[in-house]
Ligand binder design. Structure first.
Ligand SMILES: Nc1ncnc2c1ncn2[C@@H]1O[C@H](COP(=O)(O)OP(=O)(O)OP(=O)(O)O)[C@@H](O)[C@H]1O
Ligand SMILES: [Mg+2]
Length: 394
């Protein structure tokens, strides 16, 4: 087991800068997820940690030891790829056992026929078979050991790839979108299994996905990456509630966070759509800002004193079973504002109705023109109230 540290990693492919100084400390036993849009450099980071790619600048340390000069094999890290990369002509048992054969048997002992007659080979092979069976049974694929990959479902193949990564008990696991070939239902099940696996092994996991539900539900911490930079690294709920950049706020969360144009008035008072809002912003008067509000922060009824009020026309009502999304058209705004409400509340809305929603000032996030989060304070100290649980879409 080991933590992983990245220090100011830079990487270019020819003229294209892909990683622009990535620094990150992943604790021993942590489940860290790298999430970000396609092409932002996630796979490149994993490949640099594994030693499959060499950085132009910066260091990688595993368990406190700088490994920049070590080949992949000597880093003692397992990587699970999106494609699983199973050998089609080998059985499941042979696929899982391969890393152990490469480590425990000499080149002569690995020979298909003669190797079996070499001294010691029989006992070593029996040991490998026992380890393969134990790992396969742990993952519920013990009955599939004699099959070949083509005779397996996607989920079974994914478990074989995991078993092959686990069998040599590596210091850390790197996983690159291991669930992307599974259908939606299998993914939900597999993500629970991977979380359980992480808990039971207690090994460091670095997991790459562009599925934010996976990132939010599985991780101790999420690192949001964009354009070769880490934008924010924090616990999933902190990324969701306290994004430090507008790009992070809009990338995380479904439906997307609502955004409205705003302006800072004299005295730091926020104005949105020409109306003063009871929020003070630490920015010079005249600054253009973007105001962002999560869909579940829009509430109906209750005490409106001290709250922001949004008045609009209902454009569409989406009943999703567990919740209802009310699409609201505000005057002078093209994009609808979406409110996430309980189905019983949502049932009272009809397209064309006038609707009034209220937002607690503490749930209004304000971002500068360059995307940076601005410190915003509710004008009057609002009493502390527990926030509602975040519903994630799968
Ligand atoms: N060997 C290579 N040669 C040239 N360019 C490369 C190479 N590998 C990656 N790139 C480029 O580097 C950038 C980052 O690639 P990377 O595979 O790390 O992205 P990613 O975040 O994993 O994306 P995805 O979510 O699509 O898998 C991309 O623009 C990609 O085209
Ligand atoms: Mg990738």
């Amino acid at each position: 087991m080991a933590g992983i540290s990245l220090r100011a990693i830079r990487k270019s492919f020819r003229d294209t800068s892909v990683l622009q100084g990535v620094s990150l400390d992943i604790a021993d036993g942590e489940f860290l997820t790298l999430v970000g849009p396609s092409g932002c450099g996630k796979t490149t980071i994993l490949r640099i940690i594994a030693g499959l790619e060499t950085q132009d600048e910066g260091d990688v340390a595993i368990g406190g030891v700088v490994v920049d000069d070590l080949p992949p094999k000597a880093r003692d890290i397992a990587m699970v790829f999106q494609s699983y990369a199973l050998y089609p002509y080998m059985t499941v048992a042979e696929n899982i056992g391969l890393p152990l054969e490469m480590r425990r048997l000499s080149a002569a002992q690995r020979l298909p026929l003669l190797g079996r007659a070499m001294p010691g080979a029989r006992a070593l092979r029996a040991g490998i078979a026992a380890d393969v069976t134990a790992v396969a049974e742990g993952l519920g694929i013990g009955h599939l050991l004699a099959r070949r990959p083509a005779q397996l479902s996607g989920g079974q193949r994914q478990r074989v790839a995991l078993a092959r990564a686990m069998v040599r008990r590596p210091k850390a696991f790197l996983m690159d979108e291991p669930l992307s070939n599974l259908d939606a239902k299998m993914r939900v099940q597999a993500r629970t299994e991977i979380s359980e696996l992480h808990r039971s092994l207690g090994t460091t996991f670095v997991y790459v996905t562009h599925d934010q539900a996976e990132a939010m539900t599985m991780s101790d911490r999420v690192a949001v990456m964009m354009g070769g930079r880490l934008m924010q690294v924090a616990r999933p709920q902190v990324i969701y509630d306290d994004p430090q950049d507008l790009a992070v706020a809009t990338f995380i969360g479904t439906p997307e966070i609502n955004t409205l144009p705003g302006r800072v008035e004299q005295g730091g008072r926020l104005a949105v759509l020409g109306e003063p809002w009871p929020v003070d912003v630490a920015a010079p008067a005249g600054s253009a800002v973007t105001v962002a509000i999560r869909p579940e922060a829009l509430a109906t009824g209750g005490d409106t004193a001290g709250s922001v009020t949004l008045l609009g026309t209902v454009r569409h009502v989406e009943m999703l079973g567990a919740e209802t999304l009310v699409h609201l058209r505000l005057p002078a705004i093209d994009k609808p504002v979406i409110a996430r409400v309980e189905p019983a509340v949502g049932a009272s809305f009809r397209p064309g109705d006038e609707a009034r929603f209220r937002v607690a000032p503490a749930r209004v996030l304000v971002f500068a023109a360059d995307g940076r989060r601005l410190v915003a304070e509710a004008e009057t100290a609002a009493p502390l109230q527990p926030r509602p649980a975040v519903a994630l879409h799968v």
